[in-house]
Design a protein around this ligand. Structure first.
Ligand code: FES
Ligand code: FE2
Length: 352
């Protein structure tokens, strides 16, 4: 854990892109989990993700031409469809038979739902078409075709472990998220007590009512409640429900490499007007997320010296849970057995 690097967890779905950022007929490329990936949207709207390396002589496919259906490699024009299968080799002449269907660049399972493009990284690096991963997680309270009201992403120069610790750290806000216009100084800390229980790939803070005097919550109607869940591979889903409206926030961490991580912050909101104020909302979201990013930039200076670090009860108990859940995931994968959540229900107490 004290390392700058963390294991890359495979066999899981990762948030790759916001759907609206990839128009039909366009390609985007990213390094995710240390692998070059080209993501495309066909003219019929379907998204796909391929290993961004031409199997002929290795040039990234993203330099090629995409006609909305197939990508023609920039070097010798071999064409690949959205399943990563070669469909044409321009240099072939009559009688030169090659089984094109055997030439593949490798396709990742890729799904768009609720406005997000998710990519599945199979357990082994061999990408095969045979794997049938379960579906990516669903954002509660919103239908399949719902689109985020606001979304931002910042790259963090840290491993997924330190990004995840930040995600589930209940006591840093009073020290990190301060501005002259918002919580000028570290505010008075108050005692907190929350109960947690295990869920399929992590844990959740039990649903509880929010203070009715808060003006923002009142916009959602009466009886406002919240539930927060944390799950592999680094997803924090916060659902806030009132009698009239719902807002859900997703923070998703996607490793670029073992020591750099993309942090996505995404909101869905049922009041229609939220989409109108989205540019302003994004400015504030960026300020808050950048405060977290600045912390890991500075933390890196210390981590370069590989100090021994501490996790204390109960403020860092969730960071401990992250390590336990992650270790069990790695062990289950190595032994080829199902993941068994090692956590138990627990009430945690801290001041924040
Ligand atoms: S390197 Fe891609 S077609 Fe030759
Ligand atoms: Fe934070």
């Amino acid at each position: 854990m004290q390392d700058l690097k963390a294991e890359l967890l495979r066999g899981l779905w990762y948030v790759a892109l916001i759907g609206a950022d990839l128009p039909p007929g366009r390609l985007a490329h990213k390094t995710l989990l240390g692998e070059p990936v080209v993501i495309g949207r066909r003219l019929d709207g379907k998204v796909f993700a391929l290993r961004d390396i031409c199997p002929h002589r290795g040039i990234p496919l993203r330099y090629g031409r995409f006609d909305g259906e197939t990508i023609a490699c920039s070097y010798h024009g071999w064409r690949f469809d959205a399943a990563g299968v070669c469909v044409e080799i321009p240099s072939l002449r009559e009688g030169q038979e090659i089984d094109l269907s055997k030439i593949r660049c490798g396709a990742y399972p890729c799904v768009e739902r609720q406005g997000l493009i998710w990519i599945y990284f199979p357990r082994t690096k061999q990408i095969s078409d045979k794997i049938e991963p379960v579906q990516p997680p669903r954002i509660p309270a919103f239908p399949e075709e719902a689109r985020p009201a606001a979304a931002i992403m910042l790259p963090f120069p840290c491993s997924t472990d330190h990004a995840a610790f930040g995600l589930m750290d209940p006591t840093h806000a009073a020290f990190v998220h301060t501005s002259w216009w918002f919580k000028h100084k570290a505010t008075k800390l108050r005692p907190k007590e929350k109960t947690f229980e295990p869920i399929e790939l992590g844990w959740r803070m039990l649903r509880h009512p929010l203070p009715p005097q808060n003006l923002v919550y009142r916009l959602l109607g009466r009886k406002v409640e919240t539930e927060i869940s944390y799950q592999l591979p680094g997803l924090r889903i916060e659902e806030v429900n009132g009698e009239r409206h719902a807002v859900v926030g997703l923070t998703a961490i996607t490793p670029i490499t073992d020591e750099t991580t993309e942090v996505h912050q995404i909101f869905w909101a049922s009041p229609r007007w939220v989409a109108l104020v989205s540019p302003v909302l994004k400015v504030f979201m960026r300020i808050f997320l950048d405060q977290d990013r600045q912390v890991v930039v500075r933390q890196r200076e210390g981590l370069l010296h590989r100090p021994r670090l501490m996790l204390i009860n109960d403020a860092d108990t969730q960071a401990r849970w992250w390590m336990r859940v992650k270790d069990e995931w790695l062990a289950a994968q190595a032994q080829g057995r199902p993941f068994v959540n090692p956590l138990e229900p627990k009430t945690l107490r801290w001041r924040s």
